[in-house]
Structure formats: structure tokens, C-alpha cells
Write a protein that binds this ligand. Structure first.
Ligand code: HEC
Length: 225
């Protein structure tokens, strides 16, 4: 009788220890998965949870400050695989004449990967910015073996140059510094400045007061998309 209840107590204890061990191990395993950074992150500004969107420089501002001749120089990194002159041949990568504004994976005569073909959309400045920062992340499994340009200023300059080669689209408009700062401050202080592009379902868009305060923040964040 005694021995039997000791055995039962022993098993209960062992079970408890096993459960505790498991929770410690799973805690270690799942801890510390930080979200990866995206877009133009201002150096020196640490993005905490929810503040990531606010710490990003709007693309229009980056491009307004960009230097076209630098972009042309940076394009030397691409010429091993790409031509950019009008009517230029496809190489390892497709000819890039007038790529800005074109649908993805649409240059005649180039055999694109399924990864890029199935991505869809057009080469907006926003899309190009993401692609050039990290092609692998933008379209996992694509066949452009290029690590990416980590420097947002370099990407902006390069996009300025790409745009000058057959596209000449209007640049995304810069957001005024005061408005951008306000958006950053608002994002840091209150809720994260994640925009609901169109008004949230059920939102009362006729309320003038909320529109007045949302206006600038929305304009600022629209440019970062
Ligand atoms: C090592 C070769 C290589 C280098 C270097 C390279 N690319 Fe590419 N690029 C490719 C390939 C291959 C593709 C097609 C990818 C696919 O189909 O998955 C591509 C696709 C692209 C596309 C999409 C074109 C379209 O028609 O949709 C753009 C834009 C582009 N590259 C820009 C650049 C720029 C800008 C650089 C320089 C910073 C660069 N690439 C460097 C090989 C390269």
C-alpha cells in the first residue's frame, strides 16, 4: 500500500518535472524572433514594436534627394546581367529599358522564373525599392542572383536612373518634413501609424474632425507603400 502510493507520487512528480522542462525549452526556442526590417529605415532610429512604419522615410523624399549620376554609376553592378538601352539584348537578365511602370516579368523574349511571373503587379517605385533591397525576399525562388542593395540612398539613386531610361514617370511626391515628423511622432506616441488606406469598414468618413487629423498622416504613410 505504502510502496504503491509512493510509486504514484513518484510518477506525478516526474510528470511535473517533464512539463516544466518542456515549457523552458519551448520558451527558449520561440524567443527572439524579430521581424525583419523593411523599407527606408532612418539610421539611428530604433524601431520598437509598432513604430517600424513610422521610422521609415517616405519614398518620395528619398527620391527627391537622390542623385541620378550616382544611380548610373551603381547600375554598373547590374550590367553583367542586364542591358538597359532601348532594344538592348536580353542577357542573363532581361533588358531593362522602360521597366519602371511596366508589369512584372513582361519583357518580350525573356524566360522569367515562375516566382517572378506569379508575383503579379507593376514595377512601381515601391515595388522596385523592395526588389532591389532584397530580390530573394521580394519573390522567393526567383533567378536573379543578386544580394540586394542595403543602402536606401543607393536604391533611390538607382531608381532615378532606371526611370530616366525610357519610363520618365512622375516621381512619388515628397512628404513635407513637418508632416513626416508629425506622423513619426504620432506613430511613436500613440497607435502605430499603420494606415487604413481606404476608410475602415463602418468608419464614418463624414466626420470632419477625424478627417482633418487623419489627412496628413495618411498622406505620409501612403507614400511609403
Ligand atoms: C547575376 C545576374 C544579375 C544581376 C547582377 C542583376 N540582375 Fe536583375 N535580373 C536577373 C535575372 C536572371 C532576372 C530575372 C529574374 C526571374 O525571372 O526570376 C532579373 C530581373 C530583374 C528585374 C525585373 C525585370 C522585369 O522585366 O520584370 C529588374 C527590375 C532587375 N532585374 C533589376 C536589376 C538591377 C537594377 C540590378 C543591379 C542593381 C540587377 N538587376 C542585377 C539577373 C541579374
Amino acid at each position: 500500500m505504502d510502496a504503491r502510493s509512493n510509486t504514484i507520487a513518484g510518477w506525478v512528480l516526474a510528470g511535473g518535472i517533464a512539463a516544466l522542462g518542456l515549457s523552458i525549452v519551448s520558451g527558449m526556442y520561440f524567443a527572439g524572433h524579430e521581424p525583419e526590417k523593411q523599407g527606408f529605415v532612418i539610421p539611428g532610429v530604433e524601431s520598437s514594436e509598432g513604430g517600424a512604419a513610422a521610422a521609415v522615410v517616405p519614398i518620395g523624399n528619398m527620391m527627391a534627394a537622390a542623385d541620378m549620376s550616382k544611380g548610373e554609376a551603381i547600375f554598373k553592378k547590374c550590367v553583367a546581367c542586364h542591358t538597359i538601352a532601348q532594344g538592348g539584348a536580353n542577357g542573363i537578365g532581361p533588358n531593362l529599358w522602360a521597366t519602371v511602370g511596366k508589369p512584372l516579368a513582361s519583357h518580350a523574349g525573356f524566360a522569367y522564373s515562375d516566382a517572378l511571373k506569379s508575383k503579379g503587379g507593376t514595377w512601381t517605385f515601391e515595388a522596385l525599392n523592395e526588389w532591389l533591397a532584397n530580390p530573394k525576399k521580394f519573390a522567393p525562388g526567383n533567378k536573379m542572383t543578386f544580394a540586394g542593395l542595403g543602402n536606401p540612398e543607393e536604391r533611390a539613386a538607382l531608381m532615378l536612373y532606371l526611370n530616366s531610361q525610357g519610363s520618365n514617370l512622375p516621381l512619388p511626391s515628397p512628404v513635407e518634413a513637418a508632416v513626416a515628423n508629425a506622423a513619426v511622432a504620432e506613430g511613436a506616441a500613440a497607435e502605430p501609424a499603420t494606415p487604413e488606406g481606404p476608410p475602415a469598414p463602418g468608419a464614418d468618413t463624414s466626420t470632419p474632425t477625424t478627417n482633418a487629423t487623419q489627412g496628413p498622416a495618411q498622406a505620409a504613410t501612403d507614400n511609403t507603400k
